[in-house]
Design a protein around this ligand. Structure first.
Ligand SMILES: CC(C)(COP(=O)(O)OP(=O)(O)OC[C@H]1O[C@@H](n2cnc3c(N)ncnc32)[C@H](O)[C@@H]1OP(=O)(O)O)[C@@H](O)C(=O)NCCC(=O)NCCS
Length: 324
């Protein structure tokens, strides 16, 4: 199997660090040095995750030279769906003009694309489907406490899509996934599910918005991303020296830099676009992949390692051989 098309989309509305200075006790200098972020894109009131996902999917279809009807299954990785249900993937497939094809969501936060790539690859390799559209899409600005400087500066909105197709070439080399639900409070939006159903008190306390313990999450992210990259390479019988590109989840440039340093990877092998988009959770890796492929940096035969860490806690890596 291989990837035959990539696409990405970010909403038009850009929020710069200087814009944030207008209502938060923060500075462009603090945000830039602590996170590497300069800008992020936020949806407007009338935009939702399925809008971003559909735009990215359309771009991937054009890139692949395919019609939506050529796709057998639609998967959206997101923790900011349009609704609790139906799944955002159902809305996206219909928006693309496809009816009665399977469509479902994967909700595993920032690891969504890694889990999705593993599931989609499994569906193709086992012969269930020939072509799968996998989209990572988020509207995190809709669940941000815009008055909390420790989270409001970090997150952005966007979508990235890949089309996977059965083929003689084998791009999927190995996957390493993990999860630990013992400390959900490190990163969660807890008020509004079945444990703490939303009510006026929960709304007033902003329990439905993102809450994060940043410093602790930071340390775990670096450890797990380094560990998972090592595991996936060993499963694929490869070494760090074989990596052409590391495409990590874009949570914080310092997390990415520390991960690359532990792995001994030079800057030109590590894809970073965080300055433009911030942390877009499940969308960050497919957006970065799409940008890297579309600018012609990726060559046939290149080994790409995708790696992520996020809410759950959850983490994972996929080793992928790029084929033309
Ligand atoms: C959130 C994060 C950027 C904070 O950076 P940090 O260097 O850890 O900063 P700290 O949380 O230790 O805070 C340091 C100080 O900066 C302050 N601060 C926090 N946000 C600020 C902001 N936007 N502007 C100015 N100061 C800020 C804090 O209040 C604290 O002040 P104090 O020392 O007076 O208490 C960083 O911890 C991070 O990126 N964490 C992980 C994010 C992540 O991986 N998410 C999950 C994966 S999706």
């Amino acid at each position: 199997m291989k990837i035959v098309g990539v696409g990405h989309y970010a909403p038009a509305h850009v929020v710069t660090n200087h814009d944030l200075e207008a209502w938060l006790d923060t500075t462009d200098e603090w945000i830039t040095t602590r996170t590497g972020m300069k800008r992020r894109h936020w949806t407007s009131d009338n935009e939702a995750t399925s809008d971003l996902a559909s735009a990215a999917a359309e771009a991937a279809l054009v890139h692949a030279g395919l019609q939506a009807a050529d796709v057998d299954c639609f998967i959206v990785a997101t923790v900011t769906p349009d609704y609790y249900f139906p799944a955002t993937a159902c809305l996206v497939a219909t928006r693309l003009g496809v009816r009665e094809k399977p469509a479902f969501d994967i909700a595993i936060a920032c690891s969504g694309f890694i889990y999705g790539l593993t599931v989609a690859s499994g569906l193709i390799r086992s012969g269930v489907y020939r072509r799968v559209m996998l989209i990572g899409a988020e509207s995190l600005s809709k669940i941000l406490d815009k008055g909390d400087r420790s989270t409001a500066i970090l997150f952005g909105d966007g979508a990235g899509a890949v089309i996977l197709e059965r083929s003689e070439e084998n791009s999927f080399l190995a996957s390493d996934l993990g999860a630990d639900g013992s400390r959900p409070e490190l990163l969660y939006a807890h008020g509004s599910g079945s444990r703490e159903p939303i009510d006026h008190a929960a709304l007033d306390a902003k329990l439905h918005l993102i809450h994060m313990q940043g410093r602790e999450t930071f340390k775990l992210a670096v450890n797990k991303m380094v560990e998972s990259t090592g595991s996936v390479l060993s499963k694929a019988n490869l070494t760090k020296a074989d990596i052409a590109f590391l495409i990590p989840h874009q949570a914080n440039k310092r997390i990415i830099d520390a991960t690359a340093r532990y792995l001994g990877l030079p800057d030109d092998k590590v894809v970073i676009n965080i300055s433009e988009y911030g942390n877009t959770s499940a969308a960050s890796i497919p957006m970065a992949l799409s940008e890297t492929v579309r600018t012609g940096r990726v060559k046939p035969g290149d080994l790409i390692v995708f790696v992520a860490f996020g809410g759950g806690l959850s983490w994972g890596a996929v080793a992928w051989r790029w084929t033309a």
